[in-house]
Design a protein around this ligand. Structure first.
Ligand code: ZN
Length: 197
């Protein structure tokens, strides 16, 4: 096989859930069936790395120092909702039942995968929670083993700030992930959040 083609297949294997077989199929598809799509994909990936940074306030990807959501004056800056991934933010926004701010961890504590407090930059989270405007911290990590452990860790971490800490309600089944929960259940989970300190 051509080295260039082999490199393309190897590169595609970095996508989640893509093994050697699917990577090979994808590579042939891009080259044969959709060369324009492939060029757009390549350009978009390069552009994203060139132009996107992390919002200083919520940690989400954006092209400015502070993202649009964080600089939106109409949002309630006294509530901070801590979530695992940017996709969770999109889910909460779709519920239209939360108008506070967010902090995205970009993952969850998972010692088996080598992800500890340092990897998740818990210091930055602590600094963000210290903001004097923030009165309530809502922990909205997933109801999985790792999500619950992350929630417990954060509760301990921010305890000394003497702010209200809540966890979204367990309307969602145990083991469930926010990304796959329907907006109705999620809206209920945030409105029925429980104080945990
Ligand atoms: Zn932001």
């Amino acid at each position: 096989m051509s080295k260039v083609l082999n490199d393309l297949i190897e590169s595609l294997k970095c996508l989640p859930g893509v093994g050697p077989k699917s990577a090979t199929r994808m590579a042939y598809y891009l080259l044969q069936r959709d060369p324009n799509g492939a060029k757009n994909l390549a350009n978009s990936i390069l552009n994203s790395f060139k132009l996107l940074g992390k919002c200083k306030s919520c940690n989400n990807f954006c092209e400015t120092t502070i993202c649009d959501l964080c600089s939106d004056q109409s949002r309630d800056n006294s509530v901070l909702c801590i979530i695992e991934m940017p996709t969770d933010l999109l889910m909460f926004e779709q519920t239209h039942s939360y108008d506070g701010l967010y902090y995205i961890l970009m993952g969850r504590l998972s010692p088996l995968d080598g992800i500890g407090p340092k990897e998740l930059d818990m210091n930055s989270l602590y600094e963000r929670c210290k903001d004097e405007n923030i009165q309530e911290i809502i922990i909205a990590t997933n109801f999985t083993k790792e999500g619950d452990a992350t929630s417990t860790f954060i509760t301990e971490l921010v305890k000394d700030l003497n702010k209200k800490i809540s966890r979204i309600a367990r309307g969602m089944p145990s083991g469930s992930e926010i990304e796959y929960t329907d907006t109705g259940t999620l809206a209920q989970a945030i409105s029925e959040r429980k104080n945990i300190n």
